[in-house]
Design a binder for this molecule. Structure first.
Ligand SMILES: [Zn+2]
Length: 458
């Protein structure tokens, strides 16, 4: 089975040229002028960009939370393909007191047989002890799970202390993995949450006011220092603010490389939304920040201090969000974005001339593949690479709405927003997965991606 994409503009992180792309089986076979292939299905990409499929390295599908689950599961994760994201990395959460293997099996149970798109796992270590230590190597060598998530917040559930952090860093470094972090000061946040509750300050605005910028800046600096001491490859997830970005910049000044991701919502939305009656829609951690932080994040992308734009997709229905209608601390944290990261960043970044289309490819596909051990199999359009390719019309206008999106959630964080630039076709490993909104693959087509060891370099 072969597929020939003709007349498009092929863009990678490095190149920009008119070319045809020939796909044979699951892989790219040739890129060049005026290619021919007998019997191939031909797709005319005139006027469209031909780009590597997006890789979103930060999503939470079917994630257990407060007796319920995030509302998109592995099946409805198909929404990612509608928006041009072909591979995601989801988070397994270890239960404190239980093994990593136990958590892996429970996540595999929900995932197996249900995927449309490709998927890999990060392992969140919430209880690092002598038993967990032995499992780190096993995850890397046997399972192809090479990145280990840590939480510096959510005390009593997910948080590890600095003693555990340093121990985990040494073990992960020894076996060729990477430590990634939710960097906020959990004790400070706990104090502020309790203070606001005791004062009767219970609206969503106080979710924001309980996690001031300093809580993220302090923990980011501390994480960089511990990573410097241990020498482990290190990555900060969902970086939101100037203070945390300065921790990454300070690390760079002393010759240390700390990689960092921001998420699309932190570039486009700000904390004024928490003053609205429906502010719970945007309750996530860390919270949305200020306009001045957005400016810094765009600059960080341009300067290469931020290498990845992800989503932290973790949707909850409005009925689930209502669990916290009388108390902000009971609102499930998270918001929907898996479907629209690519189109939002293209419209607001590329079309508004904040970033180049090459930079767009770099932060949505190439860098996530390189950072997490999937390059050059994924993250680029190259001969022999997986044929994960999207066709994007840079001029088509469309409006985001919960009425038309494919995510399993009854609101949009961007309701009514008009975008320019739409993903028309998504190809995953040589198969047209979605074309003009029509799904052409079956549940179970998506594969688990075993990842290589990671160097912490790009
Ligand atoms: Zn997350």
């Amino acid at each position: 089975m072969s597929l020939l994409i003709k007349n498009g503009t092929v863009v990678t992180a490095a190149d920009f040229h008119r070319a045809d792309v020939l796909i044979e089986g699951e892989h790219v076979k040739a890129i060049g002028d005026d290619l021919k292939a007998d019997g191939a299905e031909v797709i005319d990409a005139k006027g469209q960009f031909v780009l590597p499929g997006g890789i979103d390295p930060h999503v939470h599908l079917d994630m257990p939370f407060m007796g319920t689950f995030s509302s998109d599961n592995y099946e409805t994760g198909l929404a990612a393909l509608h928006g041009g994201t072909t591979t995601v990395i989801d988070f397994i959460l270890q239960t404190q007191g239980k093994s990593l293997r136990n958590a892996l099996e429970s996540w595999q149970g929900r995932m197996n047989g249900n995927l449309y798109g490709d998927l890999s796992f990060h392992m969140a270590v919430t209880d690092f002890n002598d038993d967990t230590k032995k499992e780190v190597r096993e995850m890397i060598e046997q399972e192809g799970i090479t990145s280990f998530k840590t939480f510096m917040a959510y005390k009593g559930a997910l948080m590890i202390d600095d003693r555990q952090m340093v121990g985990l860093m040494q073990e992960v470094k020894e076996h060729g993995g990477m430590v990634i972090v939710h960097a906020t000061n959990g004790d400070m946040i706990d104090y502020l949450v309790q203070k606001h509750r005791s004062e009767g300050k219970l609206s969503p605005l106080y979710h924001y006011l309980s996690q001031p910028e300093i809580t993220e800046a302090e923990a980011s600096h501390r994480f960089c220092d511990m990573a410097s001491y241990t020498g482990v490859p290190a990555y900060i997830v969902h970086l939101t603010c100037e203070g945390a970005l300065n921790a990454v910049r300070d690390a760079a000044r002393r010759g240390q490389r700390v990689l960092a991701e921001t998420c699309i919502q932190y570039l486009l939305l700000d904390a004024s939304l928490y003053e609205r009656a429906d502010g719970a829609k945007w309750v996530m951690s860390p919270p949305l920040r200020e306009k001045k932080d957005q400016k810094q994040l765009w600059a960080g992308i341009e300067q290469g201090s931020l290498q990845v734009v992800a989503t932290d997709h973790c949707p909850f229905m409005m009925a689930q969000k209502a669990m916290g209608s009388a108390d902000f601390s009971k609102i499930p944290n998270g918001h929907p974005a898996i479907e629209h990261r690519m189109e939002l960043l293209f419209s607001e970044g590329v079309n508004k001339k904040k970033i180049s289309v090459n930079k767009f490819v770099e932060v949505t596909a190439t860098n996530p593949a390189k950072v997490f051990g999937m390059f050059p199999r994924k993250g680029t359009i190259g001969i022999g690479s997986d044929a994960d390719i999207i066709l994007l019309d840079p001029n088509e206008r469309h409006t985001l709405s919960a009425k038309t999106h494919h995510m399993n959630v009854d609101y949009s964080g961007y309701e009514g927003m008009q975008l320019t630039g739409k993903v028309k076709t998504t190809i995953l490993r040589g198969q047209v997965a979605v074309h003009n909104g029509e799904v052409r693959i079956k549940k179970g087509y998506g594969k688990f991606v075993r990842r290589n060891k990671v160097s912490g370099m790009l």
